[in-house]
Design a protein around this ligand. Structure first.
Ligand code: PLP
Length: 377
């Protein structure tokens, strides 16, 4: 049987990982500055994470959400503590799209309305509601297209208010920092404006922190830089350091009732063990502070390099544009310098999402490689 061929692949087979390092089948070492799309938060095969998962696997890996699962509560308590949002409730799922799908549902149930607003450059996943709110017509199938889902210009509060006046909007969804769209940081004023408009027109504000959350920007969630309190917050990627887990944080204004939401796999024992281990490492190794310190230092250095024209982002969620097509530069980084980074938005953009445990000497080796490539082409 063949695999359904939907992914253009880099011709490298990774056999082992540790921290920010990867090794291919021949034993060649690579530097991981992309974390498999921001998933590797605490570093590959972190010893505490591996130990906790193995111990959980020896006990029980899964049982459905029809029994008591105390590790879910331990996980929620730790998450409340580290995120600074102990009053929110947690609904556990398996992916970012699923977290957003449930956010949309909760907002619609609560308001009795069906319309949603999202923004140009946004990406929220590939399931029906999430993809209909994603600004990429190529991945929206005819059955997903929704007339009452509006994609408005990113940053344009007037356009938002114009649509909200129709009183048909259940919610607004926005990324803490746009990832796939090329690392576009919303201004604090824009997020604050969305927060007031959603209150004014009785809609719910959903912050998609699937990529920007979990300490990556130096705060637990990127929106916390703007000092707002969203109604719903979706998370995934860095939550499990590679184990599939997603979650939705639900503010105290919402009432739960049996059967309102549900999932078979979400919140299973093994996923919670992974999630809890990630939080413990984030806290003990102070990775959020590391992300802020090294990320800001890296951005300052990148801005000095000739051939780089725009550096964006916060902490270790960084995007920058080159004065040329980035694809050959990324290929050279992988093939010659053995460094992984990502693409996003425009063809000139390079996206960096390294594990939050990355060290300065590793980031510096990337700067050296990049300078060499940009000055020799
Ligand atoms: C901001 C954002 N939301 C949602 C998703 C979808 O997450 P998943 O691929 O886990 O469904 C992604 C994935 O890249 C994302 O970047």
């Amino acid at each position: 049987m063949n695999l359904f061929n939907v992914y253009p692949l880099i011709p490298v087979t990774i056999a082992k990982g540790e921290g920010c390092k990867l090794w291919d089948e021949q034993g060649t070492e690579y530097l991981d500055l992309y974390g498999g799309h921001a998933v590797i938060s605490i570093g590959h095969t972190h010893p505490h994470y591996v130990k906790q998962l193995k111990e959980q696997l020896d006990q029980i890996a899964f049982y459905s959400n029809s029994i008591q699962i105390p590790i879910q509560k331990d996980f929620a308590t730790k998450l409340g503590e580290l995120s600074g949002l102990p009053d929110y409730s947690l609904f556990l799922v398996n992916s970012g799209a699923e977290a957003n799908e449930n956010a949309i549902k909760v907002a619609s149930f609560a308001t009795g309305k069906s319309g949603f607003i999202a923004f140009s450059g946004g990406f929220h996943g590939r399931t029906s509601g999430s993809v209909a709110l994603t600004d990429n017509p190529k991945i929206v199938a005819p059955c997903n297209a929704r007339e009452d889902f509006h994609i408005l210009p990113f940053g344009d509060l007037d356009a938002v208010e114009e649509v909200m006046k129709t009183n048909s909007i259940a919610g607004i969804i926005v990324e803490g920092i746009q990832g796939v769209g090329g690392i576009q940081v919303p201004s604090a004023a824009f997020l604050q404006g969305l927060s007031s408009l959603s209150k004014k027109y009785e809609a719910k504000l959903i912050l998609d922190e699937v990529q920007s959350g979990y300490g990556r920007t130096g705060k637990f969630f990127a929106f916390q830089w703007a000092g707002i309190q969203p109604d719903l917050i979706s998370m995934a990627k860095g939550m499990g350091n590679g184990f599939p887990i997603g979650g939705l944080l639900i503010s105290p204004e919402f009432k739960a009732s049996y059967g309102l939401l549900g999932t078979t796999f979400g919140g299973n024992h093994l996923a919670c063990a992974a999630g809890l281990a990630v939080l413990e490492v984030l806290e003990t190794e102070k990775l959020q502070a590391n992300a802020l310190e090294l990320g800001e230092k890296l951005k300052a250095e990148l801005a000095q390099i000739s051939g780089i024209i725009d550096v964006r982002g916060k902490g270790l969620m960084i995007g920058f544009d080159l004065d040329r097509d980035a694809a050959p530069v990324r290929s050279e980084l992988v093939n010659k310098y053995h460094m992984f980074c990502g693409s996003a938005g425009k063809k000139e953009t390079i996206r960096l999402l390294p594990p939050l445990s990355v060290e300065w000497n590793q980031l510096n080796s990337f700067l050296v490689a990049l300078k060499e490539i940009l000055s020799s082409n």
